[in-house]
Design a protein around this ligand. Structure first.
Ligand SMILES: CCCCCCCCCCCCC/C=C/[C@@H](O)[C@H](COP(=O)(O)O)NC(=O)CCCCCCCCCCCCCCC
Ligand SMILES: Nc1ncnc2c1ncn2[C@@H]1O[C@H](COP(=O)(O)OP(=O)(O)O)[C@@H](O)[C@H]1O
Ligand SMILES: [Ca+2]
Length: 508
Protein backbone atom coordinates (compact mmCIF):
# COMPACT_ATOMS: atom_id res chain seq x y z
CA UNK A 1 0.00 0.00 0.00
CA UNK A 2 1.43 3.41 -0.87
CA UNK A 3 0.32 6.68 0.67
CA UNK A 4 1.70 10.21 0.76
CA UNK A 5 1.96 10.26 4.55
CA UNK A 6 5.50 10.13 6.03
CA UNK A 7 5.69 8.05 9.14
CA UNK A 8 9.05 6.34 9.09
CA UNK A 9 12.18 5.88 7.05
CA UNK A 10 15.24 3.71 6.82
CA UNK A 11 18.27 5.38 8.37
CA UNK A 12 21.75 4.46 9.42
CA UNK A 13 21.63 4.64 13.19
CA UNK A 14 24.38 6.15 15.39
CA UNK A 15 26.09 2.80 15.79
CA UNK A 16 25.73 1.91 12.17
CA UNK A 17 22.69 -0.32 12.74
CA UNK A 18 20.19 0.01 9.92
CA UNK A 19 16.65 0.11 11.18
CA UNK A 20 13.37 1.86 10.55
CA UNK A 21 12.87 4.97 12.65
CA UNK A 22 9.88 7.20 13.21
CA UNK A 23 10.34 10.62 11.68
CA UNK A 24 8.17 13.63 12.23
CA UNK A 25 5.56 14.67 9.70
CA UNK A 26 7.11 17.00 7.14
CA UNK A 27 5.79 19.71 4.91
CA UNK A 28 5.07 18.77 1.38
CA UNK A 29 7.85 21.08 0.26
CA UNK A 30 10.48 19.08 2.18
CA UNK A 31 9.40 15.69 0.97
CA UNK A 32 7.03 16.19 -1.89
CA UNK A 33 7.08 12.56 -3.00
CA UNK A 34 6.61 9.60 -0.77
CA UNK A 35 4.89 6.26 -0.69
CA UNK A 36 3.99 4.02 2.20
CA UNK A 37 4.21 0.28 2.10
CA UNK A 38 2.05 -1.68 4.53
CA UNK A 39 3.29 -5.07 5.57
CA UNK A 40 2.41 -7.86 7.94
CA UNK A 41 4.48 -8.33 11.05
CA UNK A 42 4.35 -11.30 13.40
CA UNK A 43 3.48 -10.13 16.90
CA UNK A 44 3.00 -12.10 20.10
CA UNK A 45 2.11 -15.75 19.77
CA UNK A 46 0.36 -16.31 16.45
CA UNK A 47 -0.95 -12.75 16.13
CA UNK A 48 -0.28 -10.68 13.03
CA UNK A 49 -0.24 -6.90 12.85
CA UNK A 50 -0.22 -4.40 10.02
CA UNK A 51 2.78 -2.10 9.94
CA UNK A 52 3.62 0.82 7.63
CA UNK A 53 6.88 2.07 6.29
CA UNK A 54 7.15 5.25 4.24
CA UNK A 55 9.76 5.86 1.58
CA UNK A 56 10.68 9.43 0.64
CA UNK A 57 11.57 10.28 -2.91
CA UNK A 58 13.07 13.44 -4.28
CA UNK A 59 12.05 12.54 -7.80
CA UNK A 60 8.35 12.38 -8.67
CA UNK A 61 8.89 10.10 -11.66
CA UNK A 62 10.89 7.63 -9.62
CA UNK A 63 8.25 7.65 -6.90
CA UNK A 64 5.52 7.01 -9.46
CA UNK A 65 7.51 4.13 -10.97
CA UNK A 66 7.91 2.48 -7.58
CA UNK A 67 4.21 2.77 -6.85
CA UNK A 68 3.22 1.41 -10.27
CA UNK A 69 5.65 -1.48 -10.09
CA UNK A 70 4.60 -2.46 -6.58
CA UNK A 71 0.94 -2.24 -7.51
CA UNK A 72 1.50 -4.36 -10.61
CA UNK A 73 3.44 -6.97 -8.68
CA UNK A 74 0.77 -7.16 -6.04
CA UNK A 75 -2.08 -7.46 -8.49
CA UNK A 76 -0.22 -10.32 -10.17
CA UNK A 77 -0.51 -12.37 -6.96
CA UNK A 78 -3.34 -14.60 -8.07
CA UNK A 79 -4.00 -16.21 -4.70
CA UNK A 80 -5.13 -12.92 -3.19
CA UNK A 81 -8.88 -12.32 -3.06
CA UNK A 82 -10.26 -9.19 -4.72
CA UNK A 83 -13.99 -9.67 -4.05
CA UNK A 84 -15.39 -11.22 -0.91
CA UNK A 85 -18.86 -12.20 0.23
CA UNK A 86 -19.15 -11.56 3.96
CA UNK A 87 -21.78 -12.98 6.34
CA UNK A 88 -22.06 -11.55 9.85
CA UNK A 89 -23.99 -13.27 12.62
CA UNK A 90 -25.02 -10.32 14.82
CA UNK A 91 -25.87 -12.64 17.72
CA UNK A 92 -22.65 -14.66 17.96
CA UNK A 93 -20.70 -14.71 21.20
CA UNK A 94 -21.09 -11.40 23.01
CA UNK A 95 -23.03 -9.96 20.04
CA UNK A 96 -20.09 -7.87 18.88
CA UNK A 97 -19.87 -9.35 15.38
CA UNK A 98 -21.00 -6.28 13.45
CA UNK A 99 -18.84 -3.93 15.49
CA UNK A 100 -15.78 -6.14 15.09
CA UNK A 101 -16.30 -6.26 11.35
CA UNK A 102 -16.89 -2.53 10.88
CA UNK A 103 -14.03 -1.37 13.14
CA UNK A 104 -11.32 -3.97 12.72
CA UNK A 105 -11.88 -5.85 9.50
CA UNK A 106 -13.54 -3.58 6.94
CA UNK A 107 -10.79 -0.89 7.12
CA UNK A 108 -8.14 -3.54 6.39
CA UNK A 109 -10.09 -4.96 3.44
CA UNK A 110 -10.56 -1.54 1.95
CA UNK A 111 -6.84 -0.72 2.39
CA UNK A 112 -6.07 -3.88 0.49
CA UNK A 113 -8.45 -2.88 -2.30
CA UNK A 114 -10.79 -5.78 -1.61
CA UNK A 115 -14.41 -5.13 -2.49
CA UNK A 116 -17.04 -6.74 -0.28
CA UNK A 117 -20.74 -7.59 -0.24
CA UNK A 118 -21.82 -7.77 3.38
CA UNK A 119 -24.88 -9.64 4.63
CA UNK A 120 -25.92 -9.41 8.27
CA UNK A 121 -27.93 -12.55 8.90
CA UNK A 122 -31.55 -12.21 9.99
CA UNK A 123 -32.13 -15.74 11.23
CA UNK A 124 -30.41 -19.09 11.72
CA UNK A 125 -29.48 -20.77 8.40
CA UNK A 126 -29.82 -17.49 6.49
CA UNK A 127 -26.19 -17.68 5.33
CA UNK A 128 -26.42 -21.39 4.53
CA UNK A 129 -29.56 -21.04 2.43
CA UNK A 130 -28.35 -17.91 0.67
CA UNK A 131 -25.11 -19.61 -0.32
CA UNK A 132 -26.87 -22.79 -1.29
CA UNK A 133 -29.49 -21.29 -3.56
CA UNK A 134 -29.05 -17.63 -4.49
CA UNK A 135 -25.53 -16.30 -4.01
CA UNK A 136 -23.80 -15.47 -7.30
CA UNK A 137 -20.62 -17.26 -6.44
CA UNK A 138 -18.93 -16.47 -9.74
CA UNK A 139 -18.66 -12.86 -8.54
CA UNK A 140 -16.46 -13.70 -5.57
CA UNK A 141 -13.02 -15.05 -4.74
CA UNK A 142 -13.99 -16.17 -1.26
CA UNK A 143 -16.55 -16.17 1.51
CA UNK A 144 -15.95 -14.75 4.97
CA UNK A 145 -17.97 -15.56 8.06
CA UNK A 146 -18.00 -13.35 11.11
CA UNK A 147 -19.14 -15.38 14.10
CA UNK A 148 -18.44 -18.64 15.90
CA UNK A 149 -18.11 -22.26 14.89
CA UNK A 150 -21.85 -22.43 14.20
CA UNK A 151 -21.56 -19.63 11.69
CA UNK A 152 -18.58 -21.26 10.00
CA UNK A 153 -20.60 -24.44 9.85
CA UNK A 154 -23.49 -22.64 8.14
CA UNK A 155 -21.24 -21.14 5.50
CA UNK A 156 -19.40 -24.41 4.97
CA UNK A 157 -22.71 -26.27 4.56
CA UNK A 158 -23.97 -23.70 2.08
CA UNK A 159 -20.84 -23.96 -0.05
CA UNK A 160 -20.37 -27.71 0.14
CA UNK A 161 -24.03 -28.52 -0.53
CA UNK A 162 -24.16 -26.07 -3.45
CA UNK A 163 -21.03 -27.66 -4.93
CA UNK A 164 -22.41 -31.19 -4.57
CA UNK A 165 -25.66 -30.15 -6.24
CA UNK A 166 -23.87 -28.33 -9.09
CA UNK A 167 -21.68 -31.39 -9.67
CA UNK A 168 -24.67 -33.73 -9.64
CA UNK A 169 -23.57 -35.60 -6.51
CA UNK A 170 -26.07 -37.09 -4.09
CA UNK A 171 -25.04 -35.91 -0.63
CA UNK A 172 -27.45 -38.39 0.96
CA UNK A 173 -25.38 -41.31 -0.27
CA UNK A 174 -22.98 -42.21 2.57
CA UNK A 175 -20.29 -43.45 0.17
CA UNK A 176 -20.45 -40.52 -2.22
CA UNK A 177 -17.14 -38.67 -2.40
CA UNK A 178 -17.38 -34.92 -1.81
CA UNK A 179 -16.63 -32.62 -4.71
CA UNK A 180 -14.09 -29.89 -4.03
CA UNK A 181 -15.52 -26.43 -3.42
CA UNK A 182 -14.20 -23.66 -5.63
CA UNK A 183 -14.17 -20.90 -2.99
CA UNK A 184 -12.19 -20.55 0.18
CA UNK A 185 -13.71 -19.58 3.52
CA UNK A 186 -12.20 -17.07 5.92
CA UNK A 187 -13.22 -16.86 9.56
CA UNK A 188 -13.35 -13.69 11.62
CA UNK A 189 -13.74 -14.95 15.18
CA UNK A 190 -16.65 -13.36 17.05
CA UNK A 191 -18.29 -16.42 18.62
CA UNK A 192 -18.29 -18.28 21.91
CA UNK A 193 -15.65 -20.97 21.38
CA UNK A 194 -14.17 -20.19 17.96
CA UNK A 195 -12.31 -23.45 17.99
CA UNK A 196 -12.06 -23.71 14.20
CA UNK A 197 -10.35 -20.33 14.03
CA UNK A 198 -8.07 -20.97 17.02
CA UNK A 199 -7.07 -24.43 15.83
CA UNK A 200 -6.18 -23.17 12.35
CA UNK A 201 -4.71 -19.72 13.00
CA UNK A 202 -3.38 -20.22 16.52
CA UNK A 203 -5.24 -17.18 17.90
CA UNK A 204 -8.73 -15.75 18.06
CA UNK A 205 -7.97 -12.31 16.74
CA UNK A 206 -10.00 -10.54 14.03
CA UNK A 207 -7.01 -8.52 12.74
CA UNK A 208 -4.84 -11.63 12.36
CA UNK A 209 -7.63 -13.44 10.53
CA UNK A 210 -8.21 -10.46 8.24
CA UNK A 211 -4.53 -10.33 7.30
CA UNK A 212 -4.48 -14.06 6.53
CA UNK A 213 -7.46 -13.49 4.26
CA UNK A 214 -5.87 -10.48 2.56
CA UNK A 215 -2.61 -12.25 1.74
CA UNK A 216 -4.64 -15.15 0.35
CA UNK A 217 -3.38 -17.93 2.58
CA UNK A 218 -4.90 -21.27 2.07
CA UNK A 219 -5.20 -24.46 4.08
CA UNK A 220 -7.16 -27.57 3.13
CA UNK A 221 -9.12 -29.24 5.89
CA UNK A 222 -10.87 -32.49 6.65
CA UNK A 223 -14.63 -32.50 6.37
CA UNK A 224 -16.64 -35.45 7.59
CA UNK A 225 -20.08 -36.37 6.35
CA UNK A 226 -22.47 -37.60 9.02
CA UNK A 227 -25.34 -39.88 7.98
CA UNK A 228 -28.17 -41.66 9.75
CA UNK A 229 -28.86 -44.67 7.56
CA UNK A 230 -29.24 -43.25 4.06
CA UNK A 231 -30.14 -39.80 5.30
CA UNK A 232 -27.56 -37.04 5.31
CA UNK A 233 -27.42 -35.18 8.64
CA UNK A 234 -24.51 -32.72 8.60
CA UNK A 235 -20.88 -32.10 7.79
CA UNK A 236 -18.35 -31.54 10.56
CA UNK A 237 -14.83 -30.14 10.62
CA UNK A 238 -13.96 -29.97 14.30
CA UNK A 239 -15.75 -31.86 17.07
CA UNK A 240 -18.31 -34.60 16.88
CA UNK A 241 -18.95 -35.33 20.53
CA UNK A 242 -21.46 -37.68 22.15
CA UNK A 243 -22.02 -37.89 25.89
CA UNK A 244 -20.31 -35.12 27.83
CA UNK A 245 -19.90 -32.54 25.03
CA UNK A 246 -23.32 -33.34 23.57
CA UNK A 247 -24.93 -32.87 26.97
CA UNK A 248 -23.01 -29.64 27.63
CA UNK A 249 -24.17 -28.24 24.29
CA UNK A 250 -27.83 -29.17 24.67
CA UNK A 251 -27.92 -27.78 28.20
CA UNK A 252 -26.10 -24.60 27.14
CA UNK A 253 -28.61 -23.80 24.39
CA UNK A 254 -31.12 -22.81 27.10
CA UNK A 255 -28.59 -20.38 28.53
CA UNK A 256 -27.68 -18.50 25.36
CA UNK A 257 -28.42 -15.25 27.15
CA UNK A 258 -25.27 -15.86 29.24
CA UNK A 259 -23.05 -15.63 26.17
CA UNK A 260 -19.87 -17.74 26.10
CA UNK A 261 -20.07 -18.37 29.87
CA UNK A 262 -23.01 -20.72 29.21
CA UNK A 263 -20.57 -23.47 28.31
CA UNK A 264 -18.80 -23.25 31.67
CA UNK A 265 -22.05 -23.33 33.63
CA UNK A 266 -23.38 -26.27 31.64
CA UNK A 267 -19.93 -27.90 31.80
CA UNK A 268 -19.92 -27.89 35.59
CA UNK A 269 -23.54 -29.07 35.70
CA UNK A 270 -22.94 -31.95 33.34
CA UNK A 271 -19.70 -32.86 35.04
CA UNK A 272 -21.56 -33.18 38.33
CA UNK A 273 -24.41 -35.21 36.83
CA UNK A 274 -21.76 -37.69 35.59
CA UNK A 275 -23.80 -39.68 33.10
CA UNK A 276 -22.50 -42.49 30.99
CA UNK A 277 -24.04 -43.90 27.83
CA UNK A 278 -23.92 -47.37 26.42
CA UNK A 279 -23.43 -48.36 22.87
CA UNK A 280 -21.13 -49.77 20.24
CA UNK A 281 -18.53 -47.76 18.38
CA UNK A 282 -17.23 -49.40 15.21
CA UNK A 283 -14.32 -47.84 13.37
CA UNK A 284 -12.09 -48.32 10.37
CA UNK A 285 -8.54 -47.63 11.60
CA UNK A 286 -6.36 -45.45 9.41
CA UNK A 287 -3.68 -48.11 9.40
CA UNK A 288 -1.79 -46.94 6.31
CA UNK A 289 -0.91 -43.47 7.57
CA UNK A 290 2.07 -41.67 9.03
CA UNK A 291 1.74 -40.46 12.59
CA UNK A 292 -0.41 -41.36 15.58
CA UNK A 293 -2.62 -39.38 17.97
CA UNK A 294 0.10 -39.72 20.61
CA UNK A 295 2.69 -37.76 18.57
CA UNK A 296 4.13 -34.63 20.13
CA UNK A 297 4.28 -32.41 17.06
CA UNK A 298 1.14 -30.44 16.20
CA UNK A 299 -0.07 -30.02 12.61
CA UNK A 300 1.00 -26.90 10.72
CA UNK A 301 0.45 -25.49 7.27
CA UNK A 302 2.54 -27.48 4.82
CA UNK A 303 2.52 -30.44 7.23
CA UNK A 304 4.33 -33.41 5.68
CA UNK A 305 2.11 -35.90 7.49
CA UNK A 306 -0.98 -34.40 5.87
CA UNK A 307 0.68 -34.40 2.47
CA UNK A 308 1.75 -38.02 2.81
CA UNK A 309 -1.56 -39.29 4.18
CA UNK A 310 -3.97 -37.46 1.92
CA UNK A 311 -4.90 -39.72 -1.01
CA UNK A 312 -4.46 -38.09 -4.39
CA UNK A 313 -7.69 -37.49 -6.28
CA UNK A 314 -6.95 -40.35 -8.68
CA UNK A 315 -6.13 -42.74 -5.82
CA UNK A 316 -9.35 -42.08 -3.94
CA UNK A 317 -11.59 -44.49 -5.78
CA UNK A 318 -9.07 -47.32 -5.58
CA UNK A 319 -8.60 -46.74 -1.86
CA UNK A 320 -12.32 -46.74 -1.29
CA UNK A 321 -12.75 -50.01 -3.17
CA UNK A 322 -9.90 -51.55 -1.19
CA UNK A 323 -11.47 -50.38 2.06
CA UNK A 324 -14.79 -51.87 1.03
CA UNK A 325 -13.29 -55.19 0.05
CA UNK A 326 -11.47 -55.42 3.39
CA UNK A 327 -14.32 -53.90 5.23
CA UNK A 328 -15.34 -56.93 7.21
CA UNK A 329 -11.75 -57.60 8.26
CA UNK A 330 -10.55 -54.12 9.01
CA UNK A 331 -13.42 -52.71 11.01
CA UNK A 332 -13.13 -52.96 14.78
CA UNK A 333 -15.82 -52.63 17.41
CA UNK A 334 -15.80 -51.41 20.97
CA UNK A 335 -18.84 -51.91 23.11
CA UNK A 336 -19.19 -50.31 26.49
CA UNK A 337 -20.27 -47.52 28.75
CA UNK A 338 -18.87 -44.17 27.78
CA UNK A 339 -18.72 -40.80 29.48
CA UNK A 340 -17.74 -39.27 26.17
CA UNK A 341 -17.12 -40.29 22.58
CA UNK A 342 -15.27 -37.55 20.73
CA UNK A 343 -14.24 -37.60 17.10
CA UNK A 344 -11.99 -34.66 16.29
CA UNK A 345 -10.76 -33.97 12.79
CA UNK A 346 -8.50 -31.15 13.95
CA UNK A 347 -6.92 -30.49 17.36
CA UNK A 348 -9.96 -28.49 18.59
CA UNK A 349 -7.62 -26.13 20.37
CA UNK A 350 -9.43 -23.14 21.82
CA UNK A 351 -8.81 -20.63 24.60
CA UNK A 352 -10.27 -23.07 27.17
CA UNK A 353 -7.90 -25.78 25.99
CA UNK A 354 -4.89 -24.35 24.13
CA UNK A 355 -3.62 -27.80 23.08
CA UNK A 356 -7.08 -29.09 22.21
CA UNK A 357 -8.93 -32.34 22.57
CA UNK A 358 -6.34 -34.14 20.45
CA UNK A 359 -3.20 -31.99 20.18
CA UNK A 360 -1.65 -34.04 17.36
CA UNK A 361 -4.77 -34.35 15.17
CA UNK A 362 -4.11 -33.29 11.59
CA UNK A 363 -6.00 -30.59 9.72
CA UNK A 364 -6.02 -32.25 6.34
CA UNK A 365 -4.98 -35.89 6.42
CA UNK A 366 -8.38 -37.45 5.77
CA UNK A 367 -8.59 -38.95 9.26
CA UNK A 368 -10.11 -38.21 12.63
CA UNK A 369 -8.95 -39.01 16.14
CA UNK A 370 -11.62 -41.05 17.86
CA UNK A 371 -11.39 -40.61 21.62
CA UNK A 372 -13.31 -43.05 23.80
CA UNK A 373 -13.67 -42.07 27.43
CA UNK A 374 -15.10 -45.03 29.30
CA UNK A 375 -17.12 -44.80 32.45
CA UNK A 376 -14.89 -43.97 35.42
CA UNK A 377 -15.10 -42.10 38.69
CA UNK A 378 -15.80 -38.36 38.80
CA UNK A 379 -12.30 -37.76 40.08
CA UNK A 380 -10.72 -39.71 37.24
CA UNK A 381 -12.83 -37.84 34.69
CA UNK A 382 -11.84 -34.53 36.27
CA UNK A 383 -8.16 -35.52 35.91
CA UNK A 384 -8.79 -36.21 32.25
CA UNK A 385 -10.57 -32.86 31.74
CA UNK A 386 -7.92 -30.92 33.65
CA UNK A 387 -5.20 -32.31 31.41
CA UNK A 388 -6.83 -30.43 28.53
CA UNK A 389 -5.76 -27.21 30.15
CA UNK A 390 -2.06 -28.13 30.40
CA UNK A 391 0.52 -30.00 28.36
CA UNK A 392 -0.15 -33.25 30.24
CA UNK A 393 -1.22 -36.21 28.14
CA UNK A 394 -5.00 -36.59 28.44
CA UNK A 395 -4.83 -40.02 26.80
CA UNK A 396 -2.43 -41.50 29.34
CA UNK A 397 -5.24 -42.80 31.55
CA UNK A 398 -6.59 -46.34 31.78
CA UNK A 399 -10.16 -45.45 30.86
CA UNK A 400 -9.26 -43.34 27.80
CA UNK A 401 -8.35 -44.73 24.38
CA UNK A 402 -7.67 -42.94 21.15
CA UNK A 403 -7.63 -44.27 17.59
CA UNK A 404 -6.88 -42.55 14.30
CA UNK A 405 -9.70 -43.60 11.96
CA UNK A 406 -11.08 -43.03 8.46
CA UNK A 407 -14.67 -43.91 9.25
CA UNK A 408 -16.72 -44.81 12.25
CA UNK A 409 -20.27 -45.51 13.29
CA UNK A 410 -22.04 -45.46 16.58
CA UNK A 411 -25.07 -47.43 17.69
CA UNK A 412 -26.49 -46.48 21.05
CA UNK A 413 -27.51 -49.46 23.07
CA UNK A 414 -31.21 -48.75 22.98
CA UNK A 415 -31.11 -49.12 19.18
CA UNK A 416 -29.39 -52.51 19.20
CA UNK A 417 -31.40 -55.65 18.64
CA UNK A 418 -32.19 -57.94 21.57
CA UNK A 419 -29.76 -60.57 20.37
CA UNK A 420 -26.97 -58.04 20.65
CA UNK A 421 -27.79 -57.23 24.21
CA UNK A 422 -26.19 -59.15 26.98
CA UNK A 423 -28.83 -60.50 29.38
CA UNK A 424 -26.48 -60.26 32.33
CA UNK A 425 -25.89 -56.58 31.71
CA UNK A 426 -29.59 -56.01 31.27
CA UNK A 427 -30.30 -57.36 34.72
CA UNK A 428 -27.55 -55.30 36.35
CA UNK A 429 -28.72 -52.31 34.47
CA UNK A 430 -32.25 -52.79 35.72
CA UNK A 431 -31.05 -51.97 39.22
CA UNK A 432 -29.11 -48.86 38.44
CA UNK A 433 -30.41 -47.27 35.24
CA UNK A 434 -32.46 -44.12 35.03
CA UNK A 435 -36.06 -44.12 36.11
CA UNK A 436 -37.36 -43.18 32.67
CA UNK A 437 -36.40 -46.41 30.98
CA UNK A 438 -36.98 -48.91 33.73
CA UNK A 439 -36.58 -52.59 32.90
CA UNK A 440 -35.70 -54.62 29.87
CA UNK A 441 -39.28 -54.74 28.64
CA UNK A 442 -39.34 -51.00 28.06
CA UNK A 443 -35.95 -51.20 26.44
CA UNK A 444 -37.07 -53.98 24.16
CA UNK A 445 -40.08 -51.95 23.10
CA UNK A 446 -37.85 -48.91 22.61
CA UNK A 447 -35.39 -50.94 20.55
CA UNK A 448 -38.20 -52.18 18.33
CA UNK A 449 -39.60 -48.69 17.96
CA UNK A 450 -36.18 -47.43 16.97
CA UNK A 451 -35.88 -50.02 14.25
CA UNK A 452 -39.35 -49.48 12.89
CA UNK A 453 -39.55 -45.72 13.35
CA UNK A 454 -36.07 -44.19 13.28
CA UNK A 455 -37.56 -40.86 14.30
CA UNK A 456 -37.95 -42.23 17.80
CA UNK A 457 -34.14 -42.16 18.14
CA UNK A 458 -34.34 -38.44 18.31
CA UNK A 459 -34.55 -37.87 22.02
CA UNK A 460 -34.74 -41.20 23.78
CA UNK A 461 -34.44 -40.71 27.50
CA UNK A 462 -31.36 -42.88 27.98
CA UNK A 463 -29.41 -41.31 25.14
CA UNK A 464 -27.18 -38.32 24.80
CA UNK A 465 -26.95 -36.34 21.57
CA UNK A 466 -24.13 -35.51 19.21
CA UNK A 467 -22.47 -32.11 19.36
CA UNK A 468 -21.53 -31.52 15.71
CA UNK A 469 -19.36 -28.37 15.54
CA UNK A 470 -21.66 -26.80 18.12
CA UNK A 471 -24.96 -27.94 16.58
CA UNK A 472 -27.12 -30.75 17.97
CA UNK A 473 -27.72 -33.72 15.69
CA UNK A 474 -31.26 -35.11 15.60
CA UNK A 475 -30.10 -38.75 15.76
CA UNK A 476 -27.80 -40.71 18.03
CA UNK A 477 -26.91 -43.58 15.69
CA UNK A 478 -24.70 -42.23 12.96
CA UNK A 479 -22.13 -43.22 10.36
CA UNK A 480 -19.22 -40.89 9.70
CA UNK A 481 -16.81 -40.65 6.82
CA UNK A 482 -13.87 -38.29 6.24
CA UNK A 483 -12.73 -36.44 3.13
CA UNK A 484 -10.16 -33.67 2.85
CA UNK A 485 -11.56 -30.75 1.05
CA UNK A 486 -12.27 -27.30 2.16
CA UNK A 487 -9.80 -24.56 1.61
CA UNK A 488 -9.51 -22.08 4.43
CA UNK A 489 -7.95 -18.69 4.26
CA UNK A 490 -6.41 -19.33 7.63
CA UNK A 491 -3.29 -21.40 7.99
CA UNK A 492 -0.92 -21.87 10.85
CA UNK A 493 2.14 -20.08 9.59
CA UNK A 494 4.19 -20.55 12.70
CA UNK A 495 7.11 -21.89 10.75
CA UNK A 496 7.62 -18.75 8.73
CA UNK A 497 10.26 -16.13 9.35
CA UNK A 498 9.14 -13.78 12.08
CA UNK A 499 9.22 -10.44 10.33
CA UNK A 500 8.17 -9.42 6.90
CA UNK A 501 5.52 -11.48 5.20
CA UNK A 502 3.84 -9.52 2.51
CA UNK A 503 2.92 -6.11 1.34
CA UNK A 504 -0.40 -4.49 0.76
CA UNK A 505 -0.27 -1.84 -1.88
CA UNK A 506 -2.19 0.90 -3.53
CA UNK A 507 -1.25 4.42 -4.34
CA UNK A 508 -2.81 7.64 -3.22
C1 LIG B 1 -11.72 -28.37 34.83
C2 LIG B 1 -11.56 -27.64 33.57
C3 LIG B 1 -11.73 -28.53 32.39
C4 LIG B 1 -11.68 -27.77 31.11
C5 LIG B 1 -11.81 -28.71 29.96
C6 LIG B 1 -11.93 -27.93 28.75
C7 LIG B 1 -12.01 -28.76 27.53
C8 LIG B 1 -12.49 -27.87 26.45
C9 LIG B 1 -12.47 -28.53 25.12
C10 LIG B 1 -13.29 -27.71 24.21
C11 LIG B 1 -13.41 -28.34 22.88
C12 LIG B 1 -14.17 -27.42 22.03
C13 LIG B 1 -14.53 -28.02 20.74
C14 LIG B 1 -15.32 -27.03 19.96
C15 LIG B 1 -16.61 -26.97 20.00
C16 LIG B 1 -17.33 -25.87 19.28
O1 LIG B 1 -17.52 -26.22 17.93
C17 LIG B 1 -18.67 -25.68 19.95
C18 LIG B 1 -19.43 -24.51 19.31
O2 LIG B 1 -18.68 -23.34 19.38
P1 LIG B 1 -19.36 -21.90 19.12
O3 LIG B 1 -20.20 -21.61 20.32
O4 LIG B 1 -18.24 -20.93 18.94
O5 LIG B 1 -20.22 -22.00 17.90
N1 LIG B 1 -18.44 -25.38 21.34
C19 LIG B 1 -18.80 -26.22 22.29
O6 LIG B 1 -19.39 -27.25 22.06
C20 LIG B 1 -18.45 -25.80 23.69
C21 LIG B 1 -17.70 -26.86 24.39
C22 LIG B 1 -17.22 -26.26 25.67
C23 LIG B 1 -17.01 -27.26 26.68
C24 LIG B 1 -16.61 -26.61 27.95
C25 LIG B 1 -16.51 -27.63 28.99
C26 LIG B 1 -16.19 -27.03 30.29
C27 LIG B 1 -16.02 -28.15 31.27
C28 LIG B 1 -15.94 -27.65 32.63
C29 LIG B 1 -15.86 -28.84 33.57
C30 LIG B 1 -15.68 -28.33 34.92
C31 LIG B 1 -15.55 -29.34 35.98
C32 LIG B 1 -15.45 -28.63 37.27
C33 LIG B 1 -15.56 -29.51 38.41
C34 LIG B 1 -15.64 -28.78 39.70
N1 LIG C 1 -29.34 -13.72 12.72
C1 LIG C 1 -29.37 -14.86 13.40
N2 LIG C 1 -30.32 -15.06 14.35
C2 LIG C 1 -30.34 -16.19 15.09
N3 LIG C 1 -29.45 -17.21 14.93
C3 LIG C 1 -28.51 -17.06 13.99
C4 LIG C 1 -28.42 -15.88 13.19
N4 LIG C 1 -27.37 -16.04 12.34
C5 LIG C 1 -26.84 -17.25 12.59
N5 LIG C 1 -27.51 -17.87 13.59
C6 LIG C 1 -27.25 -19.18 14.22
O1 LIG C 1 -26.66 -18.93 15.50
C7 LIG C 1 -25.99 -20.08 15.94
C8 LIG C 1 -24.76 -19.73 16.73
O2 LIG C 1 -23.91 -19.00 15.95
P1 LIG C 1 -22.37 -18.82 16.25
O3 LIG C 1 -21.89 -17.83 15.27
O4 LIG C 1 -21.68 -20.12 16.28
O5 LIG C 1 -22.34 -18.18 17.70
P2 LIG C 1 -21.85 -18.79 19.09
O6 LIG C 1 -20.38 -19.02 18.95
O7 LIG C 1 -22.15 -17.74 20.10
O8 LIG C 1 -22.59 -20.07 19.32
C9 LIG C 1 -25.70 -20.88 14.71
O9 LIG C 1 -26.43 -22.06 14.82
C10 LIG C 1 -26.23 -20.05 13.56
O10 LIG C 1 -26.86 -20.89 12.63
CA1 LIG D 1 -7.75 -34.76 10.40
Amino acid sequence: MCTSRCTSRCTSGAKGSRRWQKIPQRDDEDSPHAFTVSYVQRARRAAWRLRDVTFLCADAALCGRWVRTLTEQLSALAQRPRRLLVYINPLSGKRHGERIYRHKVAPLFSRANISTSVIVTQHANHARDHLRTEAELQNYDGVVCVGGDGMFSEVMHGLVLRTQRDQGRDHHHPDQDLAQTGLRIGIIPAGSTDCICFATVGANDPVTSSLHIIVGDCQPMDVCSVHHGDAFLRYSVSLLGYGFYGDVLSDSERRRWMGPARYDVSGVKKFLSHRYYEGTVSYLPASDVLGTPRDRAPCRTGCVVCQYNRPLEEEKEGKLKMEESHEGLAWRSVRGKFLAINAVSMSCACPRSPQGLSPAAHLADGTTDLILVRNSSRLAFLRHLLRHTSKDDQFDLGFVEVHRVRRFRFTPRFCQSDSELDLQELLQEKEQKEKEVAGSQARRILGQLCREHPACCRTPPCASCWNCDGEILPHADIQVRYTTLLLLFLPLLLLLAPLLLLLLAHST
